[in-house]
Design a protein around this ligand. Structure first.
Ligand code: 13P
Ligand code: SF4
Length: 319
């Protein structure tokens, strides 16, 4: 415990010395989320992380999350130094959507507006007309549909089919998935509902359709936190990464949160639903990144310029 406190103090000091601010995702370790809050940084969803990083005056952004979040920060602020605790933290959606194959897919469907999820590489974003995060995907696709546009969606097929069902838009899906959310099972939630019959079910739409179908509310991490506040239920079954429990318990202390099971059984699962890449972010590699300028994110300048356009389009649309 003493060592951790020393590390925390060291990080706080380095943040000041380096004119740096810490931006953390809701899925990271609670220790990192708490530190971001204490030091004037930000803990949020992918959309807010992007906006906060772009608008903050600090010279250095330290992004605790996964690689696409660091890249997004760099694309939006090429003049800032962007550091991450580790460059190994990727995402199954990013891995499952290589830029060359994706580009060929787009070439094969030139009549479609290309909408990509933020969980992608800079090169994939550079090929897109729009970037969206889960908190704004419905609004953007609804808007494009109202303009008569047909959509090419990548990479998350579950979020894409959710958006398709909700908006009725013509959406062609890339075949990608989040390895964390794909593991939630409808039967497990039904079993859990027998134990907690009054619980509301809150689901991130990266989950498969049968799981989303059981949701009282489906939405992004920030929308899940909002729903936890708004819904009257005293208990909530939550189908998203368990890192979000830190914020849920902090913001809604009078309610009980139960992680949705990822196996078919009704037993709650304490070790599941935790993104292995998000979990790579820790106090020690964060201190190291600040101390030694390791984990710096670089994005090719030309690629960055092209990727900035659909990202800026998203932020302007959200504003
Ligand atoms: P949001 O925080 O935008 O809901 O994204 C979830 C996610 O998958 C991040 O990895
Ligand atoms: Fe990617 Fe899923 Fe991990 Fe988010 S939780 S970073 S979508 S693998």
């Amino acid at each position: 415990a003493e060592k951790r406190e020393a590390l925390r103090q060291r990080i706080k000091q380095l943040l000041i010395e380096r004119d740096a601010v810490l931006v953390a995702h809701y899925y990271t370790d609670p220790e990192l989320q708490a530190l971001a809050e204490e030091t004037g940084g930000c803990v949020s969803d992918s959309l807010e992380m992007a906006r906060f990083g772009r608008d903050h005056p600090a010279k250095t952004l330290v992004v605790a999350g996964v690689k696409f979040m660091g890249e997004t920060a760099k694309i939006l602020s090429p003049e800032k130094t962007v550091l991450m605790p580790t460059l190994e933290a990727t995402c199954s959606l990013d891995i499952g959507c290589p830029a060359d194959e994706f580009s060929a897919f787009c070439d094969a469907h030139p009549d479609r507006t290309v909408v990509v999820y933020a969980n992608t590489s800079a090169a994939v974003k550079a090929r897109a007309d729009w970037v969206v995060t889960s908190s704004i995907a419905l609004k953007v696709v609804d808007y494009l549909d109202s303009q008569g546009e047909k959509i090419l969606w990548a990479p998350d097929k579950h979020l894409g089919s959710y958006v398709q069902r909700e908006t009725g838009a013509d959406v062609l899906l890339w075949d990608g998935a989040c390895i964390v959310h794909e593991e939630f099972k409808a039967q497990g939630i039904l079993d859990l509902k027998k134990v907690y019959p009054d619980a509301a079910v809150l689901v991130h739409p990266e989950s498969p359709e049968p799981v989303v179908a059981l949701a009282d509310m489906a939405g992004s991490t920030s929308q899940i936190i909002q729903a936890a506040k708004d819904l009257p239920n005293k208990q909530m079954i939550v189908a998203t990464d368990q890192g979000i429990f830190y914020k849920l318990q902090q913001q809604v202390p009078d309610k009980e949160f139960i992680i949705a099971p990822t196996a078919g059984s009704g037993a709650t699962c304490r070790s599941c639903a935790n993104c292995p890449w998000m979990a790579m972010n820790a106090l020690d590699n964060l201190a190291d990144a600040l101390e030694n300028q390791t984990g710096e994110i670089f994005v090719d300048a030309d690629l960055g310029k092209r990727a900035m356009q659909p990202l800026t389009r998203m932020l302007d649309f959200a504003a």
